[in-house]
Design a binder for this molecule. Sequence first.
Ligand code: COA
Length: 326
Amino acid sequence: MFRSKIIGTGSYAPAKIMTNHDLEEIISTSDHWITERTGIRERRIASENEATSDLAAIAAERALKYAGLDHMELDLIVVATSTPDMVFPSTACIVQDKIGARRAAAFDISAACSGFIYALAVGDQYIRSGTFSSVLVIGAEVMSRIIDWTDRGTCILFGDGAGAVVLKRGRVDSGILSTHLHSDGALWDLIYVPGGGSRIPPSIDVLERKLNCIKMKGSETFKIAVRTLVDAAWEALKANNLRPSDLDLLIPHQANMRIIKAVVEKLEIRMDKVVMNLDRFGNTSAASIPMALDEAVREGRIREGNFILMEGFGGGLTWGSAMVKW
Ligand code: COA
């Protein structure tokens, strides 16, 4: 039996910062409202010539460098994204070319904000089965391209960024202990992008009605997010015979500070064990967990033998968790 070990992490956020005060200039909102209701103070916005694969490739290079792994050793690249460079080829194939990982198979995963947990689970399965020994898992998004900048209920929330991890086949006593994935397609219309696909193809009407942008039922999503994150945490804890107090670090999807606080309260986890970076990056969808993980690693918050729980939820509806012994 094999286990996947996370041997390198990397992340990248575009240089341009959009603050809540900048948003005050374009919609009827206030820094006070956004900070109070979400915890977000600023987010990064990709430049005109930056696409998702550009962000992903930088995060990937940083993770590979940290891992000390050569590009040619990679067997597989999985990119989780809802904002691919184009319909096809996959963003993973474009990243493969950019980083010169010529041996690797490459494909994308679409699970919205849960994308990274899904991609991590897939990468982990390939290693556990003995099929591959080195896998690059990336979450990358340019959410700013699918935001309706006149909708104050959504445009305040999202940002752009990328995070990556390198998985390597390792010993069984540490690494990814378990992953847990769930979906409820009946709740697809809580958060979605209606236009631009095969149901409603691109047209002038789609652009005029902003059907190519995110539509969201905010308060309903909020309640379900809290429930699914609490459930996903308990599932991962029980599967590994752990209690919340055994956790050294919780890395939740960075959607809303109030969601995270509600989850942490229900699980009775101390706030200093929770990684939060949404104040600076907002909700970067599939990129949020690996960006937060990379930050925690580089700040020295993670030590060998630590129990780390990562968990996410998002459009689909999808949710899931991953328990790691570092
Ligand atoms: N600035 C000022 N006021 C705003 C606003 C903004 N940016 N956005 C909404 N409001 C207003 C609403 O119009 C409403 O006014 P009304 O009472 O006069 O109608 C009021 O604030 C309350 O709106 P509501 O939607 O109930 O606020 P909320 O407390 O639920 O916060 C969200 C809104 C979007 C921040 C919150 O619902 C949320 O974070 N939901 C989860 C979203 C999420 O996580 N999505 C990603 C999934 S991966």
